[in-house]
Design a protein around this ligand. Sequence first.
Ligand code: UGB
Length: 598
Amino acid sequence: LKNIHLLSPEQIELAKLLLETGQSHLFQHWAEPGVDDEEKKAFFDQIARLNSSYPGGLASYIKTARELLADSKAGRNPFDGFTPSVPTGEVLTFGDENFINFEEAGIREAQKAAFVLVAGGLGERLGYNGIKVALPRETTTGTCFLQHYIESILALQEASCKFTQGECQKKIPFVIMTSDDTHLRTLQLLESNSYFGMEPTQVKLLKQEKVACLDDNDASLALDPHNKYRIQTKPHGHGDVHSLLYSSGLLNSWRDAGLSWVLFFQDTNGLLFNAIPAAIGVSATKQYHVNSLAVPRKAKEAIGGITRLTHSDGRTMVINVEYNQLDPLLRATGNPDGDVNDETGYSPFPGNINQLILELGSYIEELTKTGGAIKEFVNPKYKDASKTSFKSSTRLECMMQDYPKTLPPTARVGFTVMDAWLAYAPVKNNPEDAAKVPKGNPYHSATFGEMAVYRANSLILRKAGVEVADPVLKVFNGQEVEVWPLITWQPKWALTFADVKNKVHGSCSISQRSAMAIKGRNVFVEDLSLDGAVLIDAIDDAEVKVGGSIQNKGWSIENVDYKDTSVPEELRTRGFRLNKIEQLEKNYSEPGKFCLKP
Ligand code: UGB
């Protein structure tokens, strides 16, 4: 109170709010007026931010925290009354007629989509020092994840525009959710690379704020251990994306521009865009309000399971159940073995890869009711069984895939299962943890993420009729992986299976030790026999036919130890480095028709 004359009317309101919500302890250590006055103002600046960035403000945060902490103390779980069962969804097989039809429908519809990348996480499990979207997706070309995502969206935009009569001006909007941990570095990466070819106005960064930490079951806000005039804060989770999008006003502007779909995706899945055209096609054909992408999931694998939950009162929903909750939920509901593989060798619950497609109209309708607030959870680490105090402060968290939890029963919530080799290879685990992943389960490491790109491209080419040699098994950073030929292409070369078939003709073969990187739109592979390395880079107006027998010493793959700090982090986390011994490299920078036939 002695400091009250320092405060503006708004700050007095905030002080009242804190006192009324039982937070008087925050002022107990305040110095006399005249001492630390700037710090006191900064305290209220922070409180104002915490209050305005949370739907319903701090009072609502504290109220929800008290309820969730009481539930946690009482051992009540959020699934009380619910019985899990296996839901039914659309299961696609790459390359069959159904898949091709969905891809075509998806490409038509893509110009009505907006993309949202959640990239506010630092990736503690990976232990990488930089931002994850700057990591190379593969080291054959060194293209980073963000570049690949942007090039994929641009390729979709262009392919989709072909379905529009007359000149198509449509630009697919791209939003990136960042946090204090990632914002500046994401912006720098974009600016120093001219937005990887996207118009800067097409890209919008929305920064999520952290939320206040809580010291006890009464939701007392925690002071920062290093500054008694600050609240300690931690990330609130990827669920923030919904309230941020809502408050940004973007959703209405997208609706006014005639858009229908919002696609959400995560920071390091190098295969994701293999699944996007067909998945949009499923959403459009089935008129899904919510479509989650999924892959077959090994029991206990660290990805959430898509589950139908039926309540004893009759309510039912199809929702992701996080990996640490699915097993106990099954055990508690009459499945003594918990989450186990069935005769297919996989868990019957499809794995959530956190790629969501929401129908814009119903999304706006729902967010108008909720303000984008997502059902939260709290995960305090208690000191002992009395559950009265915490080992360290906790906070509320939320996940973007929990969006359907508040939807009315009439909502059309579906999911689409794709082959894992085609659609999902995230880079989440550090080498040590990856090496401990049970045999047969995917490593989700940097090693795995890159090798999965080559494997998928090889399998796609095989399906298109190319004779691609079998892989060899190799161990990098303690992980045994299949090494396929190092094949990469730019998204504008091919987005769909139909595109690949259009670009590959005659009888082609690629040996296991080969590398092939295609940059350019109009590169056609015809009667090629490749045993070595070939790199093609062609401008759009150059039409290049690549064929004949290309043979050279090619590239080798050298092991690198992840503990060897003389090697850049991006390489040693993969456990290998490409040794580029000999290659055929051709650049076509003039318009015209060309033939590369050594
Ligand atoms: N992220 C943010 O943008 N902000 C945050 O505050 C936190 C994260 P993780 P997680 O695909 O295998 C998810 O840490 O949360 C971004 C699903 O919940 O990589 O452990 C972050 O930058 C789970 O159901 O994953 O698990 C990244 O892009 C399962 O599907 C994204 O959010 C799992 O992903 C995910 O963050 C999976």
